[in-house]
Design a binder for this molecule. Structure first.
Ligand SMILES: NC(=O)c1ccc[n+]([C@@H]2O[C@H](COP(=O)([O-])OP(=O)(O)OC[C@H]3O[C@@H](n4cnc5c(N)ncnc54)[C@H](OP(=O)(O)O)[C@@H]3O)[C@@H](O)[C@H]2O)c1
Length: 315
């Protein structure tokens, strides 16, 4: 089978589509024939330096976290409600790669794909959707009526976060720029702030939960818009208040997304209800993975980039 791997860290040219051995499902695992996968910033971090997840000694590294596929084979103890041909989506662990013809899924990672999604839309959901869900619900504790500020509302995580926060009944503030402003408005945000034209502090105040997808100065300035008892939830770095910024019970946490199929089920239910819709900006054939990676690094992506696996245009 074909799979995208890297043998050294570097620019997009280190991505290779090569022949590798088919993985085999054991116990409660399933083997899926991958039909679509998606890109995330973590793929760029791993490819360029390994990030916090891979070291030189781990090379060659199989690339890609998110996929949609159909069950090809079941492990000997795979749950009897699963059947060959069934459509699943998942964020898979760093020990495997999703940019491949086939992948093994663990029982705890996967969920059935909502009927209304195409395979490409489904592949866009797992990592970014789970990050948005866990950031808002598990770490932020967002409740109806609260004010939520999402930094980076037009990107992969942000476009899910805006929709999920609205579905939870929050009043949503979100930052974006360029045509991202209209995009985020179309997702249902109540207040959209163009971060290139305006300081978010001028529009957002008394915020209960800040979802920080940007870090740095944006994160630091967020302390000043937090309500007493409010929280900054960051996907980047631990938020640390400077003098006077962490009073009144204001606090900050950072977290790493947990690839939990049970949370994917909750997002799937919101998708079934039509309140969350994944947005695929562009899709690429597996053979063009380097072009997809360069596009990812170019920025200004509204929603997600997807890789088509198998069929026409595959390597
Ligand atoms: N800890 C974890 O487990 C975890 C999980 C997922 C993601 N992450 C990290 O979280 C970050 C966001 O992920 P993502 O997938 O959403 O990335 P993304 O798709 O690249 O989106 C990021 C968005 O941020 C916006 N942006 C850039 N500079 C900004 C600024 N100064 N203020 C406000 N918005 C700004 C851009 O939108 P505009 O063009 O509209 O400005 C861009 O589309 C990445 O660094 C990623 O590595 C961490």
């Amino acid at each position: 089978m074909k799979a995208v791997r890297i043998h050294r860290f570097g620019d997009a040219d280190v991505l290779r589509v090569e022949d590798v051995e088919m993985p085999q499902p054991v116990d409660d695992e399933v083997l899926v024939r991958v039909t679509a996968a998606s890109l995330n910033p973590v793929d760029t971090k791993i490819r360029t330096s390994g990030g916090r997840f891979k070291k030189e000694a781990d090379l060659p590294v199989a690339m890609g976290r998110d996929l949609c596929g159909r069950i090809e084979a079941l492990g000997t103890r795979a749950h009897n409600m699963l059947s060959e041909g069934q459509r699943l989506f998942a964020m898979i662990g760093f020990d495997r790669g999703a940019w491949a013809d086939y992948a093994v899924l663990r029982a705890t990672e996967m969920a059935a794909v909502p009927d209304r999604l195409s395979d490409e839309e489904a592949a866009a959901v797992p990592l970014a959707g789970l990050t948005a869900w866990q950031g808002l619900v598990d770490h932020g504790g967002v409740a109806a009526g609260q004010r939520v500020l999402i930094h980076g509302g037009s990107g992969g995580v942000g476009h899910f976060a805006v929709q999920i926060a609205k579905a939870l009944g929050a009043e949503v503030f979100a930052t974006a720029s360029g045509d991202g402003v209209e995009f985020v408005r179309s997702l249902g945000a109540d207040h959209v702030i163009d971060h290139r034209a305006q300081r978010f502090e001028d529009d957002a105040a008394n915020v209960d939960v800040v979802l920080d997808l940007i870090g740095g100065d944006t994160q630091q300035r967020s302390w000043d818009v937090l309500a007493p008892g409010g929280i900054i939830v960051s996907t980047l770095t631990p938020p640390k208040p400077q003098a006077g910024q962490g009073d009144d019970g204001r606090r900050g946490v950072d977290f790493i997304v947990d690839p939990k199929g049970v949370d994917l089920l909750k997002i799937a239910a919101m998708i079934e209800d039509g309140v969350v819709i994944p947005h695929v900006q562009e899709s690429f054939a597996l053979a063009d993975v380097a072009a997809a990676a360069r596009r990812m690094e170019g920025g200004t992506i509204r929603g997600k980039l997807v890789i088509r696996v198998g069929g026409e245009g595959a390597a």
